[in-house]
Design a protein around this ligand. Structure first.
Ligand code: 5AD
Ligand code: FES
Length: 354
């Protein structure tokens, strides 16, 4: 590795900040050697804050009905071959009860932008979950909504919100989404969520169509400046019924590299080793943890609907054998010397002001 690369990595480690051009260099000139050095540093930093603990979140996919038509996504509106479903309130509460018994203390309600889940419905749901499981955190991942909506859901107890920014480059954003969707509104949502008081997660796909070293550098700069509490990154994986069916998938190598870089930019960040990473490599989630991630999000949705929440092809954990992802992941983490913990798993340093 050249002297410049070595000094950039040192600077990242000590100042948690690089210029756009420096981020671009870090990505463009990467080698196995730089990847190994970054992973080592990322694991050291994570070790100091979180030890060998891995947090689990129970993911409940509440609806695959979506008004949007993102070009990359398998549940996009125009995909006629997608069999649509929506879980009832009872089914969602039942998933939480089962999840609680399995040791989950965070429930992530994720879904397409489905108008059925009005503020009233979501607020009632949050109230019921909090009443049944007061020691649990509720994370929402329901897309773009108004500030008032985010505020109402926060006021009844929602703790965290995941909304990937998808790309920090406006022109790139416009090549991944139809004209009805706006980069500025996405960013507005993230700012609102932050101001309201949520623990906020952003993120992007690695290897999405038209992504370049430059757009990735912008993603890293955005993460540096926004300082998210959580950051979801996983490889882009093509879905057969989308415009990007023939595009190549992102790689494990670049995803892992960026996980290490993000850990060094935001030492405290809650960083999942994603299902998409586990989909392109059978050991993908273990590899993500070994380079700096500290969260896994097993599926808690009823097995009967899992196959239908197919954002991309060949998604794992959708068959009968995966009914208890929690145990499967626990064994996977133990096999690499990490421990799944039963804990709300708030971001380090978070003071609950409720
Ligand atoms: N490949 C990988 N990730 C995808 N997502 C949507 N479609 C795909 C795909 N084809 C991600 C998006 C979204 C999150 C819920 O899933 O980043 O924000
Ligand atoms: Fe889902 Fe292993 S984590 S089956």
């Amino acid at each position: 590795m050249d002297g410049k690369m070595r000094s950039l990595i040192e600077k990242l480690e000590t100042r948690h900040s690089l210029s756009l051009a420096e981020y671009a260099y870090l990505i463009d000139r990467r080698t196995d050697e730089t990847a190994a050095l970054l992973a080592e540093k990322a694991c050291m930093v994570r070790q100091q804050i979180y030890g060998r603990d891995v947090y689990v979140r129970g993911l409940i996919e509440i609806s695959n009905i979506c008004k949007n038509d993102c070009y990359y996504c398998g549940i996009r509106r125009s995909n006629r071959s997608c069999e649509r479903y929506r879980l009832s309130e009872e089914e969602i509460l039942e998933c939480c009860a089962q999840g609680y018994a399995l040791g989950f203390r965070t429930f992530v309600l994720q879904g397409g932008e489905d108008a059925y889940f009005s503020d009233e419905t979501v607020c009632r749901l949050i109230g019921q979950i909090k009443e049944a499981h007061p020691d649990c955190a509720v994370t929402l991942s329901l897309g773009e909504r108004s500030r008032e909506s985010y505020q109402r859901m926060f006021d009844v107890g929602a703790d965290r919100y995941l909304l990937r920014h998808e790309t920090a480059d406006k022109a790139h954003y416009e090549r991944l989404h139809p004209p009805q969707m706006s980069f500025d509104n996405r960013m507005r949502c993230l700012r609102d969520l932050r101001e309201i008081g949520y623990q906020v997660g952003c993120g992007f796909m690695v290897g999405s169509p038209y992504q370049t070293v430059q757009t990735l550098a912008e993603d890293l700069k955005f993460i540096e400046e926004f300082r998210p509490d959580m950051c979801g990154i996983g490889p882009f994986v093509p879905h057969k019924a989308t415009s990007f069916a023939k595009e190549p998938a992102g790689t494990v190598e670049l995803t892992c590299y960026l996980l290490s870089v993000i850990r060094l930019i935001c030492p405290n960040v809650l960083l999942p080793s994603t299902t998409a990473l586990g989909t392109i490599d059978p050991q993908g989630r273990e590899r993500g943890i070994l380079v700096g991630a500290n969260v896994v999000m097993p599926n808690l949705s009823p097995v009967s609907v899992r196959k239908k929440y197919e954002l991309y092809d060949n998604k794992i954990c959708t068959g009968d054998e995966s009914a208890q992802c929690r145990h499967c992941l626990e064994q996977r983490m133990e096999s690499i010397g990490y421990h799944v913990v039963t804990d709300r798993g708030d971001v380090s340093g978070w003071k609950n002001s409720r």
